[in-house]
Design a protein around this ligand. Structure first.
Ligand code: SAH
Length: 217
C-alpha cells in the first residue's frame, strides 16, 4: 500500500474509534477527496518528509507543528461547508490545512502571526497552484475583517477563550471550530454555531493538543 493510502486508512480507523465523540462514522466525500489530493510532503521540512504520511503531527520550524491528518480531516468535516463557502483560518502554519480546505470551498482566507511561516506557506500554496487561498501575516485574534462575514471560521491554535472578533465575523448560520483550553495542557475541540437569528451555542467534541494561540505586542 502506498504511504498516502496507508494514511487514508489510518484516518478511517481513527474515525471509527472516535465515532461516538465526533458524531459521525465517516467524513464527507469531498473532505476525504481533498485529503487524498493534497501532497502533505510538500508542506513539511525536508528532514520530516519520510514521515509526511504518518497520521501524526510534525515540526515545521519556528516551534510550530503541522496538525495530525485525522485532526485536519475532522476539523474540515466539522465545518460542514460546501463549494460555495468562504472560510477564514487562523494559524496558517505550513499551509496544509488551508490547502485541504481550498479543495472543498470557494475561497480560504488564512492568517499567520509568524512572518517566516506566512511567507513559506504562501510560496508552497502558490507553487502547487492553490490560487483560491489568500494568506497574510497578522494577529488572528482580530480575524480578517475586510472579507467578513465568513461561512465558517477554523482556528488551528489553542485559545484560552474564544476571541469575540471571530464570532462577530461569522455569518448567521455559520460555524466556528476552535481548540479551547490551557496552552500546552488539556484542550477541548469546540464547535460554535451562530444561529440565523444570531444566537451562539457551543459543544465540545473531543480532547486535542494544539500549540497556543499567541498575541502580538
Ligand atoms: N494549520 C497549520 C497548523 C498550525 S500550527 C497547518 O496546517 O500547518 C498553529 C499556527 O498558529 C502556528 O503556525 C502559529 O504560529 C500560529 N498562530 C499562533 N497564534 C496566532 C495568532 N494569534 N494569529 C495567527 N496565527 C497564530
Amino acid at each position: 500500500m502506498s504511504d498516502q493510502l496507508q494514511m487514508i486508512s489510518d484516518i478511517e480507523r481513527e474515525v471509527a474509534y472516535t465515532r461516538h465523540m465526533i458524531g459521525r462514522s465517516a467524513f464527507s466525500g469531498p473532505v476525504m477527496q481533498a485529503i487524498r489530493e493534497v501532497p502533505r510532503e510538500a508542506f513539511v521540512p525536508a528532514a520530516e518528509r519520510r514521515f509526511a504520511y504518518d497520521n501524526g503531527p510534525l515540526p515545521i520550524g519556528c516551534g510550530q507543528t503541522i496538525s495530525q491528518p485525522y485532526i485536519v480531516a475532522l476539523m474540515t468535516d466539522l465545518l460542514e461547508v460546501d463549494e460555495g463557502a468562504v472560510v477564514l483560518e487562523i494559524g496558517t502554519g505550513s499551509g496544509y490545512q488551508a490547502a485541504v480546505l481550498s479543495r472543498v470551498v470557494k475561497h480560504v482566507y488564512t492568517v499567520e502571526i509568524i512572518e517566516t511561516l506566512a511567507m513559506q506557506a504562501t510560496e508552497t500554496l502558490a507553487s502547487l497552484g492553490y490560487d483560491n487561498v489568500s494568506c497574510r501575516c497578522v494577529d488572528g485574534y482580530f480575524g480578517w475583517p475586510e472579507h467578513a462575514p465568513y461561512d465558517a471560521v477554523i482556528v488551528t491554535a489553542a485559545a484560552q477563550e474564544i476571541p469575540p472578533p471571530l464570532i462577530e465575523q461569522l455569518k448567521p448560520g455559520g460555524r466556528l471550530v476552535i481548540p479551547v483550553g490551557h496552552p500546552y495542557g488539556y484542550q477541548d475541540l469546540i464547535v460554535v454555531d451562530k444561529s440565523r437569528s444570531g444566537e451562539v451555542s457551543e459543544k465540545s467534541i473531543l480532547g486535542v493538543a494544539f500549540v497556543p494561540l499567541t498575541r502580538s505586542g
